[in-house]
Design a protein around this ligand. Structure first.
Ligand code: MF3
Ligand code: CO
Length: 249
């Protein structure tokens, strides 16, 4: 398991990819409203990618049919945009997207509320996003990979949430998935030593109930086994001598 080290010039290219990706996310977010379908979000993302002249990292990946994953409520990740899937008041929708610019990948995800959500759901979103930032804070030279994992885990489990085990974050660069895997649980002080030039996609997937998930018949959509709602936040993060740099803002 070799973790590839990126040069400052490569990280600069990944930042350009990440900035474009953040604009695609903004476009998808603007399409989120009561009565919209998940395909409306997909169309908004496709239009923005065309405008920016960037390529999707997801479309065609192992046969994946869209540029976004749109996962609603009890769907954890890899929900496929669908003309028939209407967003209702109180829903949440996790939007995951990746782009390729000049050969460099970026990958990020955010869970949006649809209209007004319950305080409990609001809290799930807030804590899941905060756990991503707690993990990012540990993405420092000289640290260990599972320091990141542990920071995510303790913050979410303290609230009684289930930390998904079956899916993990990952290294990213000239491909979407590189070594290492970045679990959202683990022992602090363990795992590979973090070095300047490593770039990681850190992505907590957090269930309001139990951690268990299963994949639907479509071969993609992962849902919670207990039907509880689930949130997903992700950034592509470079480890540098000046600390963690979020490339997907
Ligand atoms: N964003 C996902 C990840 O981090 C990949 C989505 S799978 C795809 O691994 F098929 F939609 F591309
Ligand atoms: Co990812």
């Amino acid at each position: 398991m070799a973790i590839l080290i990126k040069s400052p010039a490569e990280i600069e290219k990944m930042r350009i990819s990440g900035i474009a990706l953040s604009k695609v996310h903004d476009a998808a977010k603007a399409a989120v409203r009561v009565g919209a379908t998940t395909m409306d979000l997909e169309r908004a993302a496709v239009a923005k990618m065309e405008e920016l002249g960037v390529k999707s990292a997801f479309l065609g990946y192992h046969g994946y049919p869209a540029v976004l994953c749109t996962s609603v409520n009890n769907e954890v990740i890899h929900g496929i945009p669908n003309e028939k899937h209407v967003l209702h008041e109180g829903d949440i929708v996790s939007v995951d997207c990746g782009v390729i610019v000049d050969g460099y990948y970026s990958d990020s995800a955010v869970t949006h509320p649809v209209g007004k959500v319950t305080p409990a759901v609001e809290k799930l979103l807030r804590v899941t996003e905060a756990s991503l930032y707690a993990g990012i804070d540990k993405a420092v030279v000289g640290g260990r990979l599972f320091d990141i994992s542990h920071a995510v885990q303790v913050m979410c489990e303290a609230e009684g949430y289930g930390v998904v085990r079956e899916f993990v974050g990952h290294g990213i660069g000239k491909s979407m998935h590189e070594d290492p895997q970045v679990p959202n649980y683990g022992d602090p002080g363990k795992g590979p030593r973090l070095k300047a030039g490593m770039v990681l996609a850190i992505e907590p997937m957090i269930n309001m109930g139990s951690a268990e998930v299963k994949v639907l018949e479509d071969g993609w959509t992962a849902i919670t086994v207990d039907g509880s709602v689930s949130a997903h936040f992700e950034h592509t993060v470079a480890i540098t001598n000046d600390g963690p740099v979020i490339l997907t803002l």
